[in-house]
Ligand binder design. Structure first.
Ligand code: GLN
Length: 386
């Protein structure tokens, strides 16, 4: 067989999605790949029924159906506090996974450098490599996962083309403060760098933390490429509806990448999801309350079992320290956990640069009864502490 592309030698398949397959293989409760086991809002499901009869069933405009972009622009204007023109500033993508890849392909030339905070969501390394760029990692230091200002400045001194900012952060649950974002923004301006944000957890923020959109800070819209999705906000991860909001020149370029990569996000699903984009503030308040409860339930359970973790400020993940179990390899630990304990987690090493293997990541976007059953199973871990 002829040789395949060298590009793929530099990263492996997604460990997050592999853990879902391992969870299924052993019938484990899947707290690895982050997706809910409860239904999306009724109104969205009803809309989907209507769409099945009325359509649309053919392609929408490649960069997103007109009505979807208009509703999305209205919603995001309200939350982001900036003017968004649905024709010029919005591109609808197949999930934020495509949004991030489009952004990277549109911004980076082969050989460019891109700053990535570590720990990081595993897609970013693949995004960097597939777009021909090279990641420069800047550490987020536990327990608060803050960065060192000088270390970040040193990374900017290497003249990166972009910085990737996951806020709220997967996997740590860190919510960047306005002060931190102003500092990142000031460096981006000083070194003339883009910031590509991944804000898919923008509506899952725990009290007293607040989400600040980088694009809303002074002079930042022109250099911020805001990527997000409807997946987590409306519990529709399988619908693959994401988007980019940015200035017209950036969007025009992202449209080209998107057009040839996927043609467009699913037209019927865009039509049905409009119902969600029309929800009022009460929906988002309730969503936060739901996740506050899930977080408390799960973290209290971990406390009772005596597992050490970093409390998240946003998103729906928690990083748990597994040092006490004496495993050298966190992936082996996760396989054992899925098989013998019946709960699946993601090995922390897939989120870190370098050899960090004493963490695992659980997510708690599950029904209360699922979390209670998972905690019951995890109690057995007490017997295995060294
Ligand atoms: N963002 C989710 C996670 O981190 C799901 C990832 C995916 O498979 N798209 O688990």
């Amino acid at each position: 067989m002829p040789k395949l592309s060298n590009r793929l030698d530099w990263f492996s398949e997604s460990i997050i999605r592999k853990m879902t397959r391992i969870a299924n293989q052993y019938g484990a409760i899947n707290l690895s790949q982050g997706f809910p086991d409860f239904d999306p809002p009724k109104e969205i499901l009803e809309a989907l029924k209507d769409v099945s009869n009325k359509g649309p069933h053919q392609y929408s405009i490649t960069w997103g159906a007109q009505n979807f972009r208009e509703k999305l622009a209205l919603k995001q204007e309200k939350f982001m506090g900036i003017d968004i023109n649905p024709d010029e500033n919005v591109l609808v993508t197949c999930g934020s996974t495509e949004a991030m890849m489009c952004a990277m392909m549109s911004v980076c030339n082969p050989g460019d450098k891109v700053i990535v905070f570590s720990p990081f969501y595993e897609n970013y390394t693949a995004d960097a490599i597939l777009s021909g760029s090279e990641p420069i990692y800047v550490e987020l230091k536990p327990p608060a996962f803050n960065f060192d200002k000088q270390e970040l400045r040193n990374a900017f001194k290497q003249n990166p083309k972009a910085l990737i900012l996951c806020n709220p952060s997967n996997p740590t649950g860190k919510v960047f403060t306005k002060e931190e974002l102003l500092y990142i923004g000031s460096l981006a301006k000083e070194y003339d760098t883009f910031v590509i944000t991944d804000e898919v957890y923008e509506h899952i923020i725990f009290k007293p933390y607040k989400h600040t959109y980088l694009a809303s800070l002074e002079d930042m819209f022109e250099r911020t490429i805001s990527c997000s999705s409807l997946s987590k906000t409306y519990s529709i991860t399988g619908w693959r509806l994401g988007y980019i909001i940015a200035n017209k020149d950036v969007i025009d370029n992202c449209k080209k990448v998107h057009d040839f990569l996927t043609v467009g996000a699913a037209a019927p699903l865009q039509e049905a999801a409009i119902k969600g984009l029309e929800f009022g503030q009460d929906y988002y308040d309730k969503l936060n309350d739901i996740y506050e409860k899930k977080k408390s339930l799960f973290l209290n359970g971990l406390d009772k079992i005596g597992l050490k973790y970093y409390e998240p400020q946003g998103a729906y993940y928690v990083m748990v320290d597994i040092s006490e179990f004496g495993y050298e390899d966190d992936y082996e630990f996760c396989k054992w956990l899925a098989k013998e304990i019946g709960v699946a987690a993601v090995p922390g090493s897939s989120f870190f640069r370098g050899k960090v293997n004493n963490y695992i990541r659980f997510h708690f976007a599950k029904k209360e009864e699922t979390l209670i059953e998972a905690l019951k199973r995890l109690e057995k871990l007490k017997e295995y502490k060294k």
